[in-house]
Design a protein around this ligand. Sequence first.
Ligand code: 4FL
Length: 200
Amino acid sequence: MKFFCLTLFPEMFEPLNSSIIGRAKEKNLIEINLINIRDFSKDKHKKVDDTPYGGGAGMIMKPDVVYDAYKSIKEKNKKVIYMSPQGKRLNQEKVKELSNEENLVILCGHYEGIDQRVIDKIVDEEISIGDYVLTGGELPAMVLIDAVSRYKDGVISKDSIEEESFTSGMLEYPQYTRPEVFEDIKVPEILLSRKSSKNR
Ligand code: 4FL
């Protein structure tokens, strides 16, 4: 599966080179392409934003620059998602659904927003990760990539997927490991006699 992030801050995606997602990239189970929207500014000062018509605080990302960045993606089967607090709240069902896409384009907003005309032109779905405002869509985009990548074959262990289907994914019991006694607190007796899932 290929992800394409349209962003003004590609360097923010560095955390995806670590841990499970980093390994998934190395194994070519997923591909993460970072497209710097600023590279598509035609302006001599590399301007990507401008003041809002009708007034108001902050700056708006210019539609033509975002559109040119989008058009640089040559893949044909692609779904475009705009990370926005006004979007539909992300849940596990949506994550699973998106994991079936061949190419996911994730548009990350910054400043006060993006000109509505380019959103209307290219975006298929607007998704929020919660009812709060961040400084940009990059962290939400990483949340989406992380959650979706878990569903791709080979990214997490078969045991983890199997366990998730038993527990509905989110309703997990408290977990314990060695030592048997920590700061005078014992591991629940019932778990001490039980063999690990590896031996089930
Ligand atoms: C996106 C917040 C998705 C929550 C600022 C720009 C956001 C966000 N979910 N805040 N994008």
